[in-house]
Design a protein around this ligand. Structure first.
Ligand code: CP
Ligand code: NVA
Length: 310
């Protein structure tokens, strides 16, 4: 029995493969509906952003309106949070006005704190640890492109960061194989990897961390990368660029190791010429714009699931 109504969406860890499949199905159903549902009619959702955003902010605002709701978007520093009001007190206040909180934060702990003190759903719009809306929406993109998820191989090239963490959980729960190639010291966090390995042992997917990009890319269906310097890590820029370049840059040469049908994915924004070259990002194998579009469709499915059906 899949019950998603009223739940928080902080990490994919909290959801079974079956529940994630249900959200994907709902997203596809709403996208294809002649008369899309309005499960957010009369509801408002507060969106709090502690970091910049283009895709997440605009796709959520559009999704909320398309489902009949009302987004209230605020920068973290525009609220009293910027003057030291606690996250818990903010949560206790916001739950009295709104029906949900969508937040992009530096510390994942702050999302947990919001969720602990608000009785309304809290959705992770990216934290230092996870980016679940991105990863689940990437599963929607892969499903639409390949017509299946199980048994495909995703090669992650670069930093074992928040997007990588959520993809590890998504792949291991949905039966995709994932090979992460990263320099020493930039591996995914041990607890996330352990969780993914545990899930993989039941779903049958293979999860591994390797050093060589060509090993990860071998027979891959998807080559995926992200920036080497995530938001909040700007002070480490020099050290990171030294560790990642040139070895972990995605170039056309890397695709020679992959299947001929291999596609390129990137959560965006891209730093062209760093983690990926223009020829790949703008090339025929790139599906990054479809990927960006699917953020809207997936989030509509997610909101419909959390607010009670399509
Ligand atoms: N991929 C993603 O989350 O993009 P934004 O930072 O523009 O929201
Ligand atoms: N890893 C990146 C993702 C941006 C959408 C960051 O956290 O900045």
């Amino acid at each position: 029995m899949v019950r998603l109504e009223g739940r928080d969406f902080l990490t994919l860890k909290d959801f079974t493969g079956e529940e994630l499949q249900a959200i994907l199905r709902l997203a596809l159903k709403i996208e294809g509906a002649r008369f899309p549902p309005k499960p957010l009619k009369g509801k408002s959702l507060v969106m709090l952003f502690q970091k910049p955003s283009t895709r997440t902010r605009v796709s959520f605002e559009a999704a909320i309106r398309q489902l009949g709701g009302w987004p209230i978007t605020l920068g973290w520093g525009e609220t009293q949070l910027g003057r030291g009001e606690t996250v818990a007190d903010t949560a206790r206040t916001l739950e009295r006005y709104a029906d949900g909180i969508i937040a992009r934060v530096f510390r994942h702990r702050d999302l947990e704190e919001l969720a602990a003190h608000a009785s309304i759903p809290v959705i992770n719009a990216l934290s230092d640890l996870y980016h679940p809306c991105q990863a689940l929406s990437d599963m929607l993109t892969i499903l639409k492109h390949f017509g299946k998820l199980k048994g495909l191989k995703l090669a992650w090239i670069g930093d074992g960061n928040n997007v990588c963490h959520s993809l590890l959980l998504a792949c291991s729960k949905l039966g995709l194989n994932m090979s992460v190639a990263c320099p020493q010291g930039f591996e995914p966090k041990r607890e996330v990897l352990e969780e993914a390995l545990k899930e993989a042992s039941t779903s049958g997917s293979r999860i591994e961390v390797v050093r060589e990009p060509s090993t990860a890319a071998f027979a891959a269906d998807i080559i995926y990368t992200d920036v080497f310097v995530s938001m909040g890590f700007e002070a480490e820029r020099e050290r990171r660029i030294k560790a990642f370049l040139p070895k972990y840059q995605v170039t056309p040469a890397l695709f020679k190791h992959a299947k001929p049908t291999c596609v390129f994915m990137h959560c965006l924004p891209a730093h062209r010429g760093e983690e990926v070259v223009d020829e790949v990002l703008d090339g025929p194998q790139s599906i990054v714009w479809k990927q960006a579009e699917n953020r809207l469709h997936l989030q509509k499915g997610l909101l419909a699931a959390l607010y009670g059906k399509a």
